[in-house]
Every structure is written in C-alpha cells, then in structure tokens.
Ligand binder design. Sequence first.
Ligand code: SF4
Length: 696
Amino acid sequence: MPPETALAVATHCPYCALQCGTELSRRDGEVAVRPAPFPVNAGGLCQKGWTAPALLDTPGRLRAPLLRGADGEFTPVGWDAALDTVAARLKHIRRRYGPDAVAVFGGGGLTNEKAYLLGKFARLALGTSQIDYNGRFCMSSAAAAGTAAFGLDRGLPFPVTDLAGANVILLAGANPAETMPPLMRHLNAARLVVIDPRRTPTAERAALHLRPRPGTDLALALGLFHAAVDENLADHDYLARRTTGFDAAWRLAADTWPERVERITGVPAADQRAAVRLLGEADRAYVLTGRGAEQHSTGVDTVAAYINLALTLGLPGRPGSGYGCLTGQGNGQGGREHGQKADQLPGYRAITDPAARAHVAGVWGVDPDSLPGPGRSAYELLDALGTPGGPRALLVLGSNPIVSAPHAAHVARRLAGLELLVVADFVASETARHADVVLPVTQWAEEEGTMTNLEGRVLRRRRLLDPPPGVRGDLTWLRDLAVRLGEPAERYPAEPRAVFDELRRASAGGRADYSGIDYDRLDAGEALHWPCPAGPPGAPPHPGTPRMFLDRFAHPDGRARLAPVEHREAAEDADGDYPLYATTGRVLAQYQSGAQTRRVPELNDAAPEPFVEIHPDTADRAGVRDGELARVTSARGTMLARVRVTATLRTDTVFLPFHFPGPGRANLVTSTALDPVSRMPAFKVCAVRIDPCPVP
Ligand code: SF4
C-alpha cells in the first residue's frame, strides 16, 4: 500500500454519474469508505461504491511504463524512455502522413481537468482534429436532442433531490434500481411508468410497465405524444407562452395514433393512454430518458419525441416537474463540455463557431486559424484506424474500446493495423494489452480534480494517497509529451487547480460556463451547478444554477423547440436467419467494460461471467438450457454466454450484459449502425440467433 497523504478525505465514488459522496479514510494500512452527508446519495452507496477501495491495491496495478519489443513482449522502462519513444514515433507518423494521422480517444470518467487538457493537447501539441471519446457511446443522443430543444444540454436541469417531490415519473430506457441504486430513494414517493423491453428491477417497482419490441422506441414515444394530445392533456397555454414548433411536430406525429403504435411496438394502446393520463394529471411529473431511449439509429429522434411529450404536458421549466437525461458515466456530463469531443471546444462550444474558436484560441495564446476543425465521431474514428487516409497512431485515455465499442472484433483488427497504440491506464485493460506503449497512471483516490455529476453540479475529487512509485498523473505525462513534441511547458499546467482556472476562462461565456466556480468555493462546501458565470469585479459571486429554464429556455427567444420527428424503422430488424432481438446493458455489480470492477473480488463473485437472459419459451425453441453455454450470433460475429432462463424477457428478446472480455464480449455481436445526428451506435438492438454450444 502506498504512503498516505491524508488520513481522511471527503470525495466521490469513482464510478457512475450519480457521483455519490463518500468519506475515505486510512487506518492501519487499510482504506475504508462510508457514505458522506451528500444530498444525491443521502447516506446510500451501492455495492460498487462500498467496495471501491479494493481498486487501490489491486494486484494487477501497473507500476512502470511498458514498451513492446520486437519480440512482441512488454518490457518495463522508465518514463523518459517511454515518452521519448512515443514522441519520436508520433513525429515520424505526423511527418509521413500529416497531423490527422494521430488520433486521441478519451473517456467519460476523466476529470474535468483531464478532459480539458486532453482536448488542448490534441489540438495544439498534436494539431489533430481526430479526437473523440467513449461518451459518444453513452449520452450523445440526449445531448443533441436536449441542445436542439432547450438551447443547452445539462443532463438533469434540476437537482436530483427535486425528484423526491414528484407524483409521477416516466423512465424511458433507464434502470436506476440496478445501475445507480441510491437514486431510487428519491423516486420512492412517485408512481413510476417504466418503458423497457425487460422487466428490470426498476420495472418491478413500476405502477405501469410498457414493454416495446426492441428498436421501436421512437414509435412508442411518438404514440405517447399523440395520446397526450388525443386525451386533451396538452397544456396549450404553456405551449403558446414557452415553446415553438408544436404544429409541425403534431403534423408528423398525427399518424402515430396509439392503436397503430400498438401494432408496431406491441404496447397496448390502453397502456399508452394510461401512461400519459398518469403523467398529465399529476401535479408534479418528470420525463427521464436513459440509454435505452438513446442507443439506437433513431436515438436523437426518440429523445426528441420524449421531449415533445414533456413540453406538450408543460413540464420542463415548471418547478417540481421537468425533463432530464440520466447520464451514465462518472463524468459523462463534464466529459462532454471541455473539448474532448470531435465537434466541441471548451465551454460546450461548437468547434465550427468562429466566435468560439476566437475565444478559446485567445485563452490558449494561439491563432484561431491554427485550430483544427471537427473530426470523426468515436466509432467512425475507430473504424478508420490504419486505413488509407485514416489515423496511424492512437492515444487512449480512460477507455477500453476493445470491450466497449460495437463490432468489437472489427475494432480489434483496426487497432492491430496501427503503427502506434499508446494506452494510459492504471491496470492492463484488454485494450492496453494490445498497445505498443502502456503508461501507468493515477486513479481516483490518488489525484485531485473535479467531476460534474448528472445534475450539473461540480464536485471535488480529493487525494487520500500518493500513487505508487513509477505512476504519473495524466496531466503530468501529457505536459511531458507535449514538451517533447515542441510545445512550451507553460502551456500545459500539470496542477489540477491551475488547469481548472484555465478551464474556467476557456468556458467563460460558453454554454457550460464554469467561470464563477473555483476550488476555494467548492472546498468551502458550496453546491455549484453550472452555468455559474464570473460576475464583474466587486460583484457577489454567482450562486450557480441548480434549476434551469424556470423563466426562459436557452435559445435566443427564450422558447423551447418541439422537434418535427416522424416514425422510422430501426436500422436492423430480426429475420429468418437472426430471429431474435439482442439488447445490451449493465448489471448491478459491474461497471462499463469491467476493467475496474472485474478486479474487485466481491463484485466479481456477484457477477463473474457473461450471460444471456432468455425467455423460457424461446430457450425451448432454441434448444438451450438454463446454466449451459450458448452461442449468440449476429451478422457480425458470435459470442459465448451462460444461459439464464427468465420470464422477465419478451419472447422475441435476449439480454446481454456488456462488461465482459474475450469470447463473452456482448459487443462481438452488436451493430455498427449510427444515429445520423449524434453518431451514437445502436447498442440497444441487433438481430441474433441463439444456438446450444456443444461441450468440447
Ligand atoms: Fe458509485 Fe454510482 Fe454506486 Fe453511487 S450509484 S456508489 S456513484 S456506482
């Protein structure tokens, strides 16, 4: 165990977007965790939060950079040797192919400071447009739909605790009882309407559970919008005062009446009408969307249709009611605001906006014309690796795409075609094992920084321990590499507080304005939700904005936009060869690609291997039995999984958790169809068949 820098710190869980408050303490060589008095988790933690200290002395911890030799084996080397090698090879690749031949793949778990510095490093030190991050796989459809509707995307534009006052909450494609259990204590008083093809632990608690056929989420959302109007629940006064676009949206949804939607989705028209009556007749109601609504080739339109429903009922911007997206990754919100997205500069600014480029270039001290333009989205970037005209080198931080990207075997082949793969991680993830250079970096309790949770609240991550010898922070090695690439060291502050101060200036005036937030205010315990602009000199500090849109939305005219959305089919449908729908998701004891949670013994015991959930009738037809191995095959490949027979599934649907590596990777079968706007992959539906797996 490394030496401690503090005996106890108030910090936050290293995993999901709820960012539960924790107190970490060290005594007699052991690190202990307990819930901190933090309103979001209100004294609760899930199994992952309780066991997070096990990550700190995980046996597979990397303690020296690794360099792959000509024999294909890794050799531990010093940091100077590793960074000298990386810099020399990057320079060679840039000289030969141009700056866009070097790409960067970031992560939604990186601190705000890392996400910011990574975007700056890519655009200045590498001069590349080719940067995106794994948040593209998670929240980008809701971000696009929310920005179009409200002029600004913040997952929950109200504090999580407001949900406790709701009478009714509609959860579309979200399973918080399993993915973020402490959130449920804020939902206990509400009647839940849950939309999910599976009878999840959240659906078990629902007053009404609607189970659409996978891939028909857009039709169902349009049907609910239609039913709300049909049932005379539209708030026409609100629509006239606070919105535009209702007539165009209604014209396109006029033919998705509930009985037609029943034929498409399988959800009874009476249930659609009951759902909107519950919502529309409640004093305080929320519509919340999750990955189940987003991860489709129709994801943006699906979320837009749910926002249309919420606006028609007059919910957004009404105290005690609203619309929100349940962000998934730990810094999924901050991760998309500070410049690691292909199309964004810090402050959640569009990279194509001349004013945004001028502002950020001014903070960085460079010519705006020297900044690259937008690059490829995450999957498109991975798909282009090693191809003619595509990137020849890739730097990966905080991500494990060999497990988490769709069509994973294809992505692995693309990675293998690179001239240089550099992975920074604290353990040898599956992607790191394919790297040419692995850089050992700090983890959550060894570093300072900030995270932004799903309600837009900026939180302090604090260091309890020094990292083990041989391990460096991402800010430090990015600076050291930038210097080797010819950048001035002073352009890359390695102290998190200094990076945050620069981030504040870069964000000033942007959609996500952090300029009024600083470490001192956060350390004093202020609850600061962005936007939080710095006022003029001498003005009192801005209190932050826990509740947005109460008086106006963020469009110039102050009105929200209903989107003209019409029904279209999913990119992939079941057929004779692949007669079932596979949908992927999370289980309680694992997180994302499992690179962290699979190393925690209690979590691994609870969820040790890949499985496929299947209805008893479907299992009989396929000839597979509970507890045996089965092959799940799509047009892209085959994965192996242990059969779990359960009546919680529709007979046309199977469920695959995506946390596992090797032949049990759910993403061996998933689809590469992308939403045309957000470029998010359609993880939530692909056509498969199930076969028994002969025992060798
Ligand atoms: Fe951590 Fe999320 Fe569990 Fe809270 S709900 S303890 S943030 S994983």
